[in-house]
Structures are given as structure tokens and as C-alpha cells.
Design a protein around this ligand. Structure first.
Ligand code: PLP
Length: 383
């Protein structure tokens, strides 16, 4: 019989650089007396991220949600935007705050990303864009989505909050679409405590985003548009520079954790690993499984609850479905009968504890608990 862990095991732990290194860097910020408004740390992080992510242009923000919100604004979208219901609330809330109406499209039952084959049927004369999410870092069908967008004159925006550093056949993920948002929240692989960025190739967006994230202030005596305060400060950027130094090591460690999960779960029927991308392609952001109750014998909810008894806190990412939010109840596209795969995903998916310092032995124990749940159920059904 498996035993409970003495300390709780959470779904993730923030990647922390050496505190001495952070302190050193903060001293230079203190000495400069510039704490925010695009100082040295900001500019240096921006430069390094451009190289790391291999993007032409990058604009950094105080968090990923404001990055997305203002990115949508900069693209001057109107009317309806086709998007996925299976995402974090921020994706659709960024539409809400731009007075854009989400049109929910069902997801692919294998990747859990927006189903590109179902997008075209949802296009109306009001549609201005497609907002897709690289869910759990698995890339969307970018070529198909671009072809649809080109045919109908739509913009394409990717929520790449889970896709930091991931690639599609060796091509950096932010090369696709008009814009890609990254989140640097503490729970994301790369973090600046809170933070985010937009990556894009159109140089005209630089100026627009500079204005939008800084109150529309164009010069000391000129305010040219209604913006917001969404600047990344010097402490955030400084922490980010130190986190960036340890990111490759973290990716390697997570690779080992992922392998351990895959080996330990391989024999268990009714469990499918969603985050299968390897090496350069993987963002190593989450380790996610899908539990098929009909085969495994227990529901995702039951497994989630059982694991808690052992002090293991897996998470139902994403739950609830965005299309089920109260304020969308009048939207035809939000009706459950239009979104069968999304409705199934929200009942079956579980994000497992996943971070570089998670001991391989703990992974084996967690998988042991899951295996016991499966066996128990089997023996019960044989009585
Ligand atoms: C984390 C996340 C966001 C929000 O990013 P913040 O930096 O926390 O504002 C948006 N979309 C997805 C899919 C996310 O996981």
C-alpha cells in the first residue's frame, strides 16, 4: 500500500534563481534609483528574450493578461473573435475587456487545442480574428489556421502562455500568427514573479504597444490615446534575467521527471499522457494526463480526490470551461451541445505535480498510488 507524503506535493513550484544572484542584481537597481519605466533591467531582459525566443519584436508587460488585452487592442479588432473554451479565464476575459464577443469553437480530442476544421463554419461578417491557445504547450495546427485567416482576412493571435521556448519542427512557436502572448507568472516555466510579453514581427506594433502599456503618453506633453498602466518594472525584469540563467537546467530536470512519469504510467490502461512533445519541441510547462473512466474504472474527479488523501495536489486544468461562465449563457456558441469534446476534456484532464526538483522517487510513488486505484477498481468489479 502506498503511503501519504509527509509534505504536500503541489502541481508546481516556482523556479527560483540563487538568492545571492538576485540580491546582487537588486543592488544595481537600487543604485540606479530607477525602479520602473523601461530601465536597464527591462531593456536587457527584452534583448535576451528576443534571442532566446528567436523573435523579431518583443514588448514586455506587468503580466500576461494585460499583454494579451492590449495586444488585441493594438490589432484594432472588432465584433467577434473565434476562440477555444478550454483555456484559462484570462484568454476570454481579454476579449471581454475589448468589447469583443467570443465565438467558442470545439477542441480537438487528441491535442485539446482549438479544432481548426471547425473554425470556418463559425465565421460571420462580424469575425475579425482567431484567438487560439497552445494548450499545455502543444502547438495548434498553425498552417491550417493561417490558411483560414488569409482566406477570410482575419488576424491570428496565439495565447502562448504555456509555450515558452517550444518549437514546431524546429521553428520557434512565436513565428506563427500576428502575435503570440507569453506569461511570466510565478507558476510558468519562465517567470518574472508576475509578467508577460507579446512577440510579433510587424514593427509598426512597437510604437502602438509602447503607448498602450504607458497611458498613451507619447512625450512629456503629449497623450495620444487611452492606454493603461501595464509596464514591467525593474525588479520583475531583474528577477527574470536571473531566472533565464537557470532555465536550461530546469528544462533538463523536467525532461527527466517527464520520462519517469511516462515510464511509470505506461502500463496503466485508461490513462493517456497529453504532453508528449520531446526535447526542443516541449515547453516542459505541464505534465498532463487524461483519464478515461470507462477503461480506468475511476473518474478524474475521483483520482483527484484520492490523491489528496496522500498529500498530492494535482490540478484540474482547465476547470470550469470558459463557455460555461454565467456571462456567456446567452451566447449560442457557448451551448454545451456545440462543444462535446471540450465538455469531455473538462471532466477528464488532470495536471500532475511537475517541476524540476520533484524527486524521481516521488514520481514513482505518485504513479504507484494511481496504479493502486486502478487495481482496486478492477478487483472490485471482479467480486
Ligand atoms: C497563465 C495564463 C494566462 C495569464 O497570464 P498571467 O501572466 O497570469 O496574467 C493566460 N492564458 C493562459 C492559457 C495561462 O495559462
Amino acid at each position: 500500500m502506498a503511503k501519504a507524503f509527509e509534505q504536500p506535493i503541489y502541481v508546481t513550484r516556482p523556479l527560483l534563481p540563487d538568492i545571492e544572484d538576485v540580491t546582487e542584481r537588486l543592488k544595481t537597481v537600487w543604485d540606479s534609483r530607477q525602479l520602473t519605466n523601461f530601465g536597464k533591467q527591462h531593456d536587457e531582459l527584452s534583448r535576451q528574450l528576443k534571442t532566446y525566443l528567436e523573435v523579431g519584436h518583443i514588448s514586455m508587460f506587468s503580466n500576461g493578461t494585460l499583454a494579451l488585452l492590449l495586444g488585441l487592442k493594438a490589432l484594432k479588432l472588432t465584433g467577434e473573435v473565434i476562440t477555444t473554451p478550454f483555456t484559462f479565464p484570462a484568454t476570454v476575459q481579454a476579449l471581454d475587456w475589448n468589447n469583443l464577443t467570443p465565438v467558442f469553437c470545439d477542441i480537438d480530442p487528441v491535442t485539446f487545442n482549438i479544432d481548426a476544421d471547425k473554425i470556418e463554419a463559425l465565421i460571420t461578417e462580424k469575425t475579425s480574428a482567431i484567438l487560439a491557445v497552445h494548450v499545455f504547450g502543444n502547438p495548434c495546427e498553425v498552417e491550417k489556421i493561417q490558411a483560414i485567416a488569409d482566406k477570410h482576412g482575419l488576424k491570428v493571435i496565439y495565447d502562448g502562455a504555456h509555450a515558452f521556448g517550444s518549437k514546431i519542427n524546429g521553428v520557434p512557436i512565436s513565428s506563427f500568427g500576428d502575435m503570440t502572448m507569453f506569461s511570466f507568472h510565478a507558476t510558468k516555466l519562465f517567470n518574472t514573479i508576475e509578467g508577460g510579453a507579446l512577440a510579433y514581427s510587424d514593427p509598426a506594433l512597437d510604437r502602438q504597444l509602447d503607448l498602450l502599456r504607458n497611458f498613451g503618453i507619447a512625450s512629456a506633453e503629449e497623450v495620444v490615446l487611452s492606454g493603461l498602466n501595464a509596464k514591467m518594472n525593474e525588479v520583475q525584469a531583474g528577477v527574470g534575467l536571473e531566472v533565464l540563467k537557470v532555465i536550461e537546467e530546469e528544462r533538463h530536470k523536467r525532461h527527466a521527471v517527464k520520462k519517469a512519469y511516462e515510464e511509470n504510467l505506461a502500463e496503466i490502461q485508461g490513462i493517456r499522457v497529453l504532453t508528449v512533445l520531446d526535447g526542443q519541441s516541449s515547453s516542459y510547462q505541464y505534465f498532463v494526463i487524461e483519464i478515461d473512466e470507462a477503461v480506468f474504472g475511476r473518474s478524474r474527479n475521483a483520482v483527484h480526490k484520492e490523491l489528496q488523501k496522500y498529500n498530492v495536489f494535482a490540478r484540474k486544468y482547465f476547470y470550469p470551461l470558459c463557455s460555461d461562465f454565467d456571462w456567456y449563457s446567452e451566447l449560442p456558441s457557448a451551448r454545451p451541445e456545440h462543444l462535446p469534446h471540450a465538455q469531455q476534456a473538462v471532466q477528464q484532464v488532470l495536471a500532475m505535480p511537475y517541476y524540476g526538483d520533484l524527486p524521481i522517487s516521488s514520481v514513482a510513488e505518485i504513479c504507484g498510488i494511481i496504479r493502486e486505484l486502478y487495481v482496486t477498481q478492477k478487483s472490485l468489479s471482479q467480486i
